[in-house]
Design a protein around this ligand. Structure first.
Ligand code: SAH
Length: 525
């Protein structure tokens, strides 16, 4: 059996406009063959193990020819039995997307396929500019036209201008910007009213969306004056006027900014959501990945305990969690070993801060101890007060047995403050060693990078080697060849490391995400 090919429409840009079916296929795809207009956020939804093939490289690199793409799809399907091959295209695959040609090639080769329609830019991009393509009393039809296809006989645009000029409905041109001066002139020559309202909508539905208004008479000169560039939709007709009252998409403080967030995936979602809500396009590029460790049979550091690890929990009075990863890894192991939360009955629970506390609550566990300052040191000091200081006290008030559940990179602050505590490493953190090509490209064109730790900066310059290279005078890798020269940092140490690597730095006043987001907005306002 050959693999199955899915021709999937990715929608116009906003990742929220991908269909559920499309997402479902991307999450399990073995190969993703994608076009230039597909947003990084959608590429980020693809199965991380999928082979990612970029066939839309532009402009320095050559675009892969359509005939080669057709062959490539057949080749993947034939070479990979049972594989899921996603062919991901902007908008809808059958609206000027050449999906029909690809499907015909698959039929001829006997390859099974499915079409997953997408939201076409022809309708959704005007909608994001507040322009309905039809409207009672204004437009009873709409016509979607390519402004690009040339006739083979004479090399002229293969458009029937006489007929188009007579259409009373809305005219929507895709790929029309380069030829719009000519198109507008021909429509006027063929009798269309030169005062017909026209809108150009550039990069619609993305954080870079821009609407430029004109009339048929001024269309060509407006494109030049306003430097309208592809991808853009041109829409003509009375409905364009409605856009003046219905334009609903607000210009937000971070509109048009592409920001790289280097936090670990689980911690990134909060800041990503906030920056996105402020209008930015966020490229999540975690610099570390965490892995739950296999459950050991015994708690390694606790001498004399040899029973199964979860049975030996009986020896502890207090469990201290220092991260969300620690909580998740602990419970993953607990459940995998066939136990449940009852093993924690009667135990005191401590958490380093509010986020870890909230995670514990998801498992039905309320914390007894959370330090005021949310640091390992704060937790250590708080728990140390539970330990009687004199040996006399110890007899009347026994020393509580404390188990620390931590990652492999946790420093020894807690153990220094709690020398009698036992440490159990429940997960390990590894630096990310390489980025997929599409992500590297997205990062290279970003405006700024957000760093929350020195190690994130160090690893970032390691995984972006082409862009950031050291030289004899500056042996440290430097950010100077990279477009994102600005970094938003949490903490002075992070700032110093970013400076060392040539980044300009903007550092939050406090070591919180709130404070950093405020700083980012201030910087761009
Ligand atoms: N299959 C796609 C169209 C591919 S042709 C669809 O259904 O949307 C490519 C053209 O689509 C571009 O030249 C531009 O005219 C239009 N387009 C695609 N995405 C766009 C966007 N986000 N904003 C404006 N125009 C867009």
């Amino acid at each position: 059996m050959s693999g199955k090919v899915y021709l999937i429409g990715a929608g116009p840009g906003d990742p929220g406009l991908l269909t559920l079916r499309g997402k479902e296929i991307l999450e399990k795809a073995d190969v993703v063959v994608y076009d230039r207009l597909v947003s990084p956020a959608i590429l980020g939804m693809c199965n991380p193990k999928a082979k990612m093939v970029d066939v839309g490289k532009m402009p320095q690199h050559h675009k892969v020819k359509q005939s080669e793409i057709n062959k490539l799809l057949v080749q993947f399907a034939c070479e990979m039995p049972d594989a899921t091959i996603a062919r991901l295209k902007g908008g809808d695959p059958f609206v000027f997307g050449r999906g029909g040609e690809e499907a015909l090639e698959l039929v001829n080769a006997g390859v099974e396929f499915e079409i997953v329609p997408g939201i076409t830019s022809a309708i959704s991009v005007p909608a994001y500019a507040g322009i309905p393509v039809s409207h009672r009393g204004i437009a009873t039809s709409f016509h979607i036209v390519t402004g690009h296809e040339k006739a083979e006989s004479n090399g002229e645009l293969s458009l029937d201008f006489e007929t188009l000029a007579k259409c009373q409905g809305t005219l929507i041109f895709l790929m029309g910007i380069a030829n719009m001066d000519f198109i507008a002139q021909r429509l006027v020559e063929c009798g269309k009213d030169p005062k017909t309202p026209v809108a150009f909508i550039e990069k619609g539905t993305t954080p870079y969306q821009r609407t430029v208004m004109a009339t048929l008479a001024t269309a060509g000169e407006t494109i030049v004056r306003e430097k309208v560039t592809a991808p853009a939709i041109t829409i003509m007709g009375g409905v364009v006027e409605l856009g003046k009252s219905l334009a609903w998409k607000k210009n937000l403080p971070l509109s048009g900014k592409r920001l790289v967030v280097t936090r670990a995936a689980k911690q990134a979602s909060g800041i990503t959501a906030r920056l996105t809500a402020l209008g930015a396009e966020v490229i999540e590029t975690p610099m570390i990945e965490t892995r739950t460790l296999e459950c050991p049979c015994v708690i390694p550091a606790k001498a004399g305990i040899s029973s199964a690890i979860f049975d030996s929990l009986a020896d502890f009075d207090l469990l201290a969690f220092t991260s969300v990863n620690g909580v998740e890894s602990f419970f993953r192991q607990l459940f995998a070993a066939g136990y449940d939360v009852r093993v924690l009955a009667g135990k005191k629970i401590a958490s380093v801060g509010k986020i870890t506390e909230k995670k514990l609550l998801e498992y039905g566990i309320r914390c007894d101890y959370v330090p005021e300052d949310h640091t390992g040191e704060g937790l250590g000091k708080l728990l140390a007060t539970l330990v009687p200081q004199s040996t006399e006290g110890a007899t009347s008030n026994p020393i509580p047995q404390i188990l620390l559940l931590q990652g492999n990179l946790a420093d020894d602050t807690l153990q220094k403050l709690l020398p009698q505590a036992t440490r159990w490493v429940v997960y390990e953190t590894l630096p990310v060693s390489e980025l997929p090509e599409w992500k590297r490209e997205a990062v290279e064109s970003a405006d700024a990078v957000v760093f929350a730790s020195s190690s994130a900066v160090e690893n970032f310059v390691k995984v972006m080697p082409q862009s950031i290279e050291g030289s004899d005078s500056h042996p440290e890798p430097r950010a100077s060849n990279l477009k994102p020269q600005t970094s938003f940092c949490i903490g002075r140490l992070t700032e110093a490391t970013a400076r060392k690597h040539g980044f300009e730095t903007v550092t939050s006043d406090e070591t919180t995400m709130d404070s950093l987001v405020k700083k980012i907005v201030e910087y761009y306002s």
